[in-house]
Design a protein around this ligand. Structure first.
Ligand SMILES: Nc1nc2c(ncn2[C@@H]2O[C@H](COP(=O)(O)OP(=O)(O)OP(=O)(O)O)[C@@H](O)[C@H]2O)c(=O)[nH]1
Ligand SMILES: [Mg+2]
Length: 358
């Protein structure tokens, strides 16, 4: 599962990507620095991992990660080939969720539209995605109209839904807002809409609070479009990512920017519909990302496919019980360590040892 960073050129996408992944992608004060997407992983900060490891006496700790893709900047008309043009469509199609990186810092870095205006930037991004979607929907609509002539009621219903979706897109409403409530087979399976992807809005603000535009309007738009707004100063975060942990904490406290980057990662994690369970094995405690609603055998499969195939039982204790009890032995003693079967739905924060055959 991957989260794509999208935005206008010079919005700070690669700078944010570097802060998140410490990958060292090229950044520069001119548009279209990024052409081919950069791909990297960000670790998910989670203090429960250290606490589980301490209680279970693990030396090694392996955090969960989120995959980020830093995509080329897109400009007005991109859906018709402006700027780097259509290639961005394919890159956005490949990700499971998007982060809109919105420029909210001033300075000498040129803005493609001449002025910093977060609301206009959001509108351009959303419009380009919706225009790309309209082209897709029109194609699908024509195909369905031909197929529905056979009289198949399911196809006729899909055609009606597609026509409604088209109407909403033409009114400028992103699919995220009107498609999510539809049932599973309401739309053709191969209809992949860019503006339906879960979205997070990140305002990349100036390090100087006095030089920041008012973010209230963009916050309102984000809420209307079904996304959260996180405020971050990517340049500061990129600099801080180079520091060691202790320096970072001190620097962040000094600047009053604690936790901004974590907020982006956590929001992206949630956007993908992920939760975390922990494993404790041979001195290693590890956080595993899985989709909310995953059953125990499939969660075991995240660790190893053999563990899913040969799944027998899961020994589960919730981390909050473990912390309260102080040790696995005490948790067992208090009846908090339970044996669960195939139907068990893993909860966020579960600490699990899988029992499997050979
Ligand atoms: N002052 C300030 N400058 C920033 C910030 N974030 C990025 N920049 C600068 O803005 C310029 C563009 O940043 P990039 O990260 O390359 O932007 P991008 O969105 O990846 O741009 P393209 O790849 O061209 O689409 C660079 O010179 C950055 O140093 C910020 O938070 N504050
Ligand atoms: Mg870039």
């Amino acid at each position: 599962m991957r989260v794509g960073l999208i935005g206008l050129p010079n919005a700070g996408k690669s700078t944010l990507f570097n802060a998140l992944t410490v990958a060292g992608a090229a950044t520069a004060p001119y548009p279209f620095t990024t052409i081919e997407p950069n791909v990297g992983v960000a670790t998910v900060p989670d203090d429960r991992l250290d606490r589980v490891a301490d209680v279970a006496g693990c030396e090694r700790r392996v955090p969960a990660v989120v995959n980020f893709v830093d995509i080329a900047g897109l400009v007005e008309g991109a859906s018709h080939g402006e700027g780097l043009g259509n290639q961005f469509l394919g890159h956005i199609r490949d990700v499971d969720a998007v982060v809109y990186v919105i420029r909210a810092f001033g300075g000498d870095v040129p803005h493609v539209l001449g002025a910093v205006d977060p609301v206009t930037d959001v509108e351009i991004l959303e419009t380009e995605l919706m225009l790309a979607d309209l082209a897709t929907v029109e194609r699908v609509q024509q195909k369905l109209a031909r197929q529905a002539k056979s009289g198949d009621p399911a196809l006729k219903r899909q055609l009606e839904t597609v026509e409604r979706v088209r109407g909403e897109l033409e009114r400028g409403v992103s699919a995220r807002v009107h498609v999510s409530g539809l049932g599973d087979d309401a739309l053709p399976e191969d209809l992949s809409l860019l503006s339906a992807k879960p979205a997070l809005f990140v305002a990349n603000v100036d390090e100087d609070p006095a030089a920041r535009p008012d973010l209230t309007p963009v916050r309102t738009i984000a809420a209307e479009r079904g996304g959260e707004l996180v405020v971050v100063s990517a340049e500061i975060e990129e600099e801080m990512a180079q520091l060691d942990a202790a320096e970072r904490v001190e620097f962040a406290a000094e600047l009053g920017v604690e936790g901004a980057l974590s907020a982006v990662v956590h929001a992206a994690f949630a956007l993908l519909g992920l939760i975390t369970f922990f494993s404790v094995e041979s001195g290693e405690c590890r956080a595993w990302p899985i989709r909310a609603g995953t059953h125990a055998p499939q969660a075991a499969g995240a660790i190893h496919t053999d563990m899913e195939k040969n799944f027998i039982k899961a020994e589960v204790v919730h981390c909050d019980d473990l912390f309260a009890d102080g040790s696995l032995a005490e948790a067992r003693h208090h009846g908090h360590l339970l044996l669960e079967g195939r139907e068990y739905v893993v909860a966020d924060g579960d600490v699990i040892t899988f029992k499997f055959g050979r």
